[in-house]
Write a protein that binds this ligand. Structure first.
Ligand code: PMP
Length: 395
């Protein structure tokens, strides 16, 4: 295959070879991305020679750790065009969405869409919101014309995936913000799949909350971020209590620290935050526009190769971001995934934590290939070879 300029980043990622030293064709970056050595190094030194707690700066190492932790917050903010005091470190996107679902003071009706990940469905249910569901267009985008018809003054929140983790479809987030604001609702964007793949500027998008996880952005697990507009975060009560989120504590009355500390109860994920910052540096250095263009070329190449097979159904729009979901007639995605694994090709098979979307599509599962900064044409070629072999096995 030809025509895909690679970013040539494979060498930065020790996870991309097998224990035997063979290339590992990792096509599951939408689930979690491999880590560059720079992130591993940042985490190792934060756990090793630099390790101490934060926010207790009477000794030098702790003061340095605090500086590193807060510098990471600035890097996360800069990556998405927000201010640092608008970035709350959370355990990941899931916790970020839970935080808003539980803590947003005007709980009412929330408009979700048919393509949402379970983590953008279940928190709203658990926190007692009334859930409405916006349908999709035939090519797998959130149907914003339908959203416009559905939204009422009773809706206080719209919460949509910026990029679908199954279909790769990209939301017209600005229009979604306009529609939400026209009825007085806020817009939360689930940016899990968008931040690693698209330039994101929360100010230009005019959204109100933005949630994402570090581990899909080449950072570690156990940390993510909620960006929220300062006036909204300020008006939200804390949702977990403990150390570090307080101003004054008494048995009868406690006052709270301002945002974002108010939402970070307990000793935070210090080393993870520092490595999250290193991941932001890595992505900023590579250039998110280049990553986006690189993944777009790989998506095009993969969709063309799969589209040329008359027994393959492709899901999602042509211009999907970094993600290709498909089904092969007569071959269950799990069988495909198992045979591809023998060829050192890793794809995801299943419902991708989007059971309502599978139901809507009338299928139990898809096979999903998803790309990252390190993916290249060899990975696509290995996938296509593996699919051809699987078809031979299934006769
Ligand atoms: N939303 C989307 C679109 C996702 O792809 C994911 C992860 N698969 C999540 C939310 C949840 O992210 P996490 O499990 O890291 O909290």
């Amino acid at each position: 295959m030809s025509g895909v300029a690679t970013l040539s980043r494979k060498a930065d990622f020790p996870g991309l070879v097998t224990r035997d030293g063979a290339p590992w064709h990792y096509l599951d970056s939408a689930a979690t991305a491999q880590k560059p050595q720079a992130v591993i190094d940042a985490m190792t030194s934060a756990l090793g020679e630099d390790y101490a707690t934060v926010h207790r700066g009477v000794y030098g190492r702790s003061a340095n750790m605090t500086l590193g932790y807060e510098a990471a917050r600035r890097k996360v903010a800069a990556l998405i065009g927000g201010a640092e005091d608008e970035v709350v470190f959370t355990r990941g996107a899931t916790e970020a969405i839970n935080l808003v679902a539980y803590s947003y003071p005007e709980k009412g009706r929330v408009l979700l869409s048919e393509l949402e990940h379970h983590s953008n469905i279940v928190p709203w249910q658990l926190a007692g919101w009334q859930v409405d569901v916006c349908p999709l267009t035939d090519d797998g985008r959130i149907d914003l014309d339908a959203a416009e018809r559905m939204l009422t003054r009773e809706h206080t929140m719209v919460s949509f995936a910026h990029v679908s983790n199954v279909l790769g479809s990209v939301l017209d987030a600005r229009r979604a913000a306009e529609l939400a604001h026209a009825v007085g609702a806020k817009l939360l964007l689930d940016g899990c799949q968008a931040v690693p793949r698209l330039p994101v500027d929360v100010a230009a998008l005019d959204c109100d909350f933005y949630a994402f996880s570090a581990h899909k952005l080449y950072g570690p697990t156990g940390i993510g971020a909620l960006w929220g507009r300062a006036d909204l975060l300020d008006a939200m009560p804390p949702w977990q209590g403990g150390g570090a989120m307080i101003d004054q504590v008494g048995f009868q009355r406690t006052t709270y620290a301002p945002a974002p500390q108010r939402f970070e109860a307990g000793t935070p994920a210090i080393t993870e935050a520092i490595a999250f910052g290193a991941a932001c540096d890595y992505v900023a250095n590579a250039g998110i526009e280049s990553i986006h263009a690189h993944e777009a070329r790989l998506v095009k190449q993969t969709r063309e190769a799969l589209g040329a097979m008359n027994d393959v159904t492709l899901y999602g729009p042509e211009d999907s971001a970094g993600i290709v979901s498909f089904l092969i007639d007569g071959i269950h995605p799990h069988d495909l995934g198992t045979i591809l694994d023998e060829e050192n090709v890793a794809i995801r098979a299943g419902h991708h934590c989007a059971q309502p979307l599978m139901e809507k599509l009338g299928i139990p599962a898809t096979a999903r290939a998803s790309f990252g900064i390190y993916s290249d044409e060899d990975d696509v070629a290995a996938l296509i070879r593996g699919i051809e072999r699987t078809k031979r096995i299934f006769g």
